[in-house]
Design a protein around this ligand. Structure first.
Ligand SMILES: Cc1cc2nc3c(=O)[nH]c(=O)nc-3n(C[C@H](O)[C@H](O)[C@H](O)COP(=O)(O)OP(=O)(O)OC[C@H]3O[C@@H](n4cnc5c(N)ncnc54)[C@H](O)[C@@H]3O)c2cc1C
Length: 376
């Protein structure tokens, strides 16, 4: 992970303020590609590193500590790469995975829709067979890397009358396909550089080879591939945000001295106590995240519960620690565009990005009870 930390420190961190002004992190992404990290989860036989959940969490943590927007952009590229790789045909390897591994192609995930919101597993975007191609029609929202990626992994539901109810499929839509129209830009309170945009897919034709797996496979993709990789990408990202806020708080407590006493804030027992609570929260969340990644990679019995719990816990951790860090840094941290202010805004997305914290807590309980995740 030293390459990820090097890119984070050399490129992402110095540009974090610019990225936070709403600029998609092109330089950081290019540096990640040059460092050979774009193929992190692409298979070895196309030139990728063939790594899994732990690696994604580690790289996203390193990036998230420097610039959360860069981390989420890279994380979504990894999730979409894993989806393409899961049942890759030779055509998908040549057209998408080899260029991804070579650092020449960015992909990303377009699952969410304005209609179904946080229920990202229930798309209303329609797919219809049309000769040797498919036609896609619908609208996607919150597409991270929106309008900057070279391809989009899109979820759809069968359009034809008489298709099995809920026959969902995933398909890769190359950027620039006729009928792809980007709508309003991203104006989130945080993650400002992630270009999480809305897109209209107006009868977009894609070659049949762009279908992922078999028709109707989407639920398999969502829960076997998207969920584990997404949860670890986000867990790493928000852990990095929490760590950055903790580091900023420590540095501030050490350096800030009052004129009337000449003593640093670091000597104040209440602040020492608060810092201890923050540190422990970050450390126990980190332990859960990496244990979850390892448990899932070895196919352990607690894999599902730990993955879902990890993202719920990191959301609590990031919001709480960034909020506490602002208390410790005080009015100096409360200034518009201070680093702590950015961490706090970025952290808040952790709860609302679906699966949201409420959804995840329910799923964790269901996993422990062997109840299907989507049961009522
Ligand atoms: C920064 C950012 C980046 C994103 N990137 C991507 C991306 O790259 N790709 C992608 O596909 N999506 C992405 N998303 C979308 C995200 O995953 C969610 O789909 C989206 O935030 C849902 O928002 P909504 O307001 O429509 O949620 P709603 O569905 O309206 O939910 C609002 C609230 O109600 C709760 N809720 C909803 N239904 C229930 C229920 N039945 N029971 C209890 N509570 C419920 C939710 O948990 C949530 O707290 C991104 C979102 C953000 C903020």
């Amino acid at each position: 992970m030293s390459r990820a930390s090097e890119v984070a420190d050399r490129v992402a961190r110095p540009r974090a303020e610019v990225t936070d002004s709403g600029v998609w992190p092109a330089e950081a992404f290019a540096a990640l590609q040059e460092a050979g990290l774009a193929g992190l989860v692409a298979p070895g036989d196309v030139g990728g590193a063939g790594l899994g959940l732990r690696a994604v969490a580690e790289v996203c943590e390193a990036l998230g500590a420097a610039c959360a927007s860069t981390a989420i952009c890279f994380g979504m590229h990894c999730v979409a790469t894993a989806v393409i790789a899961a049942k890759a045909t030779p055509a998908l390897r040549d057209e998408f995975l080899a260029p991804i591994a070579a650092g020449e192609h960015i992909t990303t995930l377009a699952l969410s829709e304005p209609g179904s919101g946080s229920h990202f597993w229930l798309p209303q975007t329609k797919i219809s067979p049309d000769g040797d191609r498919f036609v896609i029609d619908g609208e996607k929202s919150f597409v991270t890397n929106g309008s900057h990626a070279d391809s989009y992994v899109v979820s759809t539901v069968a359009a034809a009358a008489g298709s099995p109810v809920g026959q969902f499929s995933c398909v890769v839509v190359p950027a620039g396909s006729a009928g792809v129209e980007w709508l309003e830009g991203w104006e989130g309170i945080g993650m400002r550089g992630n270009s999480s945009r809305r897109v209209r897919l107006d009868l977009v034709g894609v070659p049949a080879r762009c279908l992922l797996g078999e028709q109707g496979d989407q639920m398999w993709y969502v829960f076997e591939v998207v969920a584990p990789f997404f949860l670890m990408a986000m867990a790493g990202t928000y852990l990095g945000v929490a760590q950055a806020a903790l580091d900023d708080a420590v540095a501030h407590l050490r350096s800030r001295r009052h004129a009337h006493s000449g003593r640093p804030l670091a000597e104040q027992p209440v602040l020492q106590h608060r810092l201890g609570v923050m540190w422990a929260q970050v450390q126990r969340t980190r332990a859960l995240i990496y244990w979850a990644a390892d448990e899932a990679e070895r196919g352990g019995p607690q894999a599902l519960a730990s993955l879902t719990a990890a993202k719920a816990e990191v959301a609590d951790c990031a919001v709480s620690v960034t909020n506490e860090a602002m208390t410790l840094v005080g009015g100096i941290g409360y200034r518009d565009r201070s680093p702590i202010e950015r961490h706090l805004r970025d952290a808040r997305a952790a709860h609302v990005m679906s699966p949201t914290t409420d959804i995840l807590r329910g799923w964790t309980g269901r996993a422990l009870l062997d109840v299907p995740l989507l049961s009522e």
